[in-house]
Design a protein around this ligand. Structure first.
Ligand code: ZN
Length: 74
């Protein structure tokens, strides 16, 4: 059987664009919520797929997260 590449769509509620980036559900969920949006993920899913637009929207927040972690551990 031939493998068909699965095209994932953005996991942000109401968005049906093709996903470009994968972010851990925990980080993406928090950042998306801060942006006033919701993820439409099932309980067991640990990765969130985001389209380019939504990834750009939360990218800054993700970076801020990393900096906080660095301060905490450094
Ligand atoms: Zn999207």
């Amino acid at each position: 059987m031939r493998k068909i590449p699965v095209k994932k769509n953005c996991d942000v509620e109401g968005c049906s664009k093709e996903s470009k980036k994968t972010v851990s559900r925990e980080k993406a969920g928090a950042a998306i919520k801060e942006a006033g949006l919701n993820l439409s993920l099932k309980e067991k899913v640990t990765k969130a797929h985001l389209c380019a637009d939504h990834y750009r929207k939360i990218k800054k927040r993700l970076k801020k997260d990393r900096e906080i972690e660095r301060l905490r551990w450094g």
